[in-house]
Design a protein around this ligand. Sequence first.
Ligand SMILES: Cc1cc2nc3c(=O)[nH]c(=O)nc-3n(C[C@H](O)[C@H](O)[C@H](O)COP(=O)(O)OP(=O)(O)OC[C@H]3O[C@@H](n4cnc5c(N)ncnc54)[C@H](O)[C@@H]3O)c2cc1C
Ligand SMILES: NC(=O)c1ccc[n+]([C@@H]2O[C@H](COP(=O)([O-])OP(=O)(O)OC[C@H]3O[C@@H](n4cnc5c(N)ncnc54)[C@H](OP(=O)(O)O)[C@@H]3O)[C@@H](O)[C@H]2O)c1
Length: 543
Amino acid sequence: MYSQSPLGMVEFSDIPMKPTPQQYKNYVPADHVHEYLASYTATHIYNGKSIKDRIHLDTRVVSIQKLHSPLNGTGSSSGVRGSAWVVSTDCGQTMTCSKLMIATGITSRPYIPSFNTLDFTPPILHTKDLARLAPTFMESEGVQNVIVIGGSKSAFDAVHMFISAGKRVDWIIRDKGSERVGMGAAERAPVYYENSHQILSTRLMSKMSPCIFQPPDGWMRFFHQTKMGRWVTDTVWNTMQSAWLKAATYDRNGDMSSLRPQLPMFWCSENVGVSNSPNFWNTMSQATVHRSSIDRLENSSVVLANTTTLPCDLLVMSTGWDITFPFFTPADASSLGLPIPIAHQSLFDSKKWQTLEAAADCTILRMFPKLATPPSFDRHPMNTTQFYVYRGMASPQEARGGDNSIVFLGQVGAAQSFKIAETQSIWAAAYLTGKLRLPSVEEMEMDISLTNVWRRRRYLSAGERKPVFMHDELAYVSMLLRDLGINHRRKGGGLKELFQPYSNKDYRGILEEWREIQKEREQDEMEKKYEGSHTFSSRTAVV
Ligand SMILES: Cc1cc2nc3c(=O)[nH]c(=O)nc-3n(C[C@H](O)[C@H](O)[C@H](O)COP(=O)(O)OP(=O)(O)OC[C@H]3O[C@@H](n4cnc5c(N)ncnc54)[C@H](O)[C@@H]3O)c2cc1C
Ligand SMILES: NC(=O)c1ccc[n+]([C@@H]2O[C@H](COP(=O)([O-])OP(=O)(O)OC[C@H]3O[C@@H](n4cnc5c(N)ncnc54)[C@H](OP(=O)(O)O)[C@@H]3O)[C@@H](O)[C@H]2O)c1
């Protein structure tokens, strides 16, 4: 399995990831990413202790409870606001802290749908365990017929893996709902860029995405509110899409044509991937694709709704991930702005968000008229509420109580996780230490409503179900940097800023810049204090 981001975009800004002979084009194998991360944690030492030495491996947090009285030293008398949190693990440990960062990921808890099952005997494997367990099945003579369920990137990887191992693969993608992955070509880009990643990482492309994270400016008005600008935007997206479709050659056989993305690439988010393995499309074209729902799993077969019975020696569930926070009490989850079952939402909250979102919807459509006319798509029923967190990280309801003791990281579905992780971490640290200048609670709630409504309109069903915004990562990172007062235009201005692709090294030094800004602020405040006390004493002298 290879990374979906190329070298240069799959690293933190301070340490480049080295190339490896095992890479495919610029995409590196998963274990190379693992080695990079392991070395990063061992070599980054803070207050005499490395990140690695701070990690409790093989430890699951089972409960997090809020203590409503602040810990000693964290109450208002110390000048630091906030509650204390009690974190309990499955190893029986209990830790108490005054600041808590939750970074449990949106692709770490497998989602396994339940199907009607009658004495089903073959092993069932979720994508999460693919890298660890698949080699055993690939070598096994007893496993000849592999069935893969799901139509997104993990399914592509599983199908590729088992076909490459010489297995027969039946691939089931549900007919209703599935948008299928829009697969970007690893090697092709319509203009002079090396690949789609580079194009999507330019400021110009970022401006061409109708995006709520950038302040309205002349570019926004031109690209999204004028006829000419909208024509340019559509033409650029369509050109990229044509290059992707051409590389895939979906019309080479019936199975391949079943894989053709239903949505134009412009509207895709989570369901965008990169053809990042050798001989990708030739391998994919060997799978037998079934566009159907599943009726039942019976004995050693999978029976489809259209009555086709498929023999099965191994069932691979590439069915995605659950975004849940089971360690919080329902009351805390609600107060923290996390998704909760819709039935559990209070009437007051439900009305409040409905009103805010109705207003937000008008604003979004005024800013981006194209979002009023999406292509037809299947909407999945929603069982849970949305995330109600500012910038994807902080709960306004906690802020209302003067509490900045908890923050969420990584609740973002993106193709360039490193860049987002780095900027979110600085934002989160600034927030937790009270060094971030936040808007009022009402402004934060309006911003959250705008973001939620925009994501649903921009990324349709995927945007409604998950905090995803694949084409807007550069704008999101820029917004966080602006919040922190850090320069977000990092290409040196002019045409470079518009046309040169951003890579992670462009963010080198942002932590130092933030520290410098803090020093200057502290100095300013000291000077103001000094001036204040000086004025006061001279006044006293006059009196
Ligand atoms: C197969 C795959 C390939 C990807 N390829 C790329 C790529 O090429 N480039 C890219 O930029 N992004 C890629 N992504 C996305 C990227 O992996 C994520 O965006 C990134 O890992 C997010 O990092 P995170 O730390 O927020 O979450 P995660 O990496 O998901 O880490 C969350 C951690 O929290 C732990 N955890 C969860 N619950 C608990 C609990 N209760 N107690 C204790 N620990 C807990 C999990 O075990 C896990 O270690 C890929 C994702 C997948 C699934
Ligand atoms: N090599 C890589 O870099 C790599 C590899 C894998 C994943 N990723 C990333 O990881 C993220 C998650 O991707 P993912 O593929 O693991 O998950 P995903 O995008 O959530 O896809 C889950 C798939 O399962 C289908 N599904 C869910 N429930 C189903 C059911 N009951 N019956 C049939 N089908 C069902 C979904 O169909 P619907 O569309 O109808 O919901 C969807 O096609 C993405 O950002 C992806 O880019 C990267």
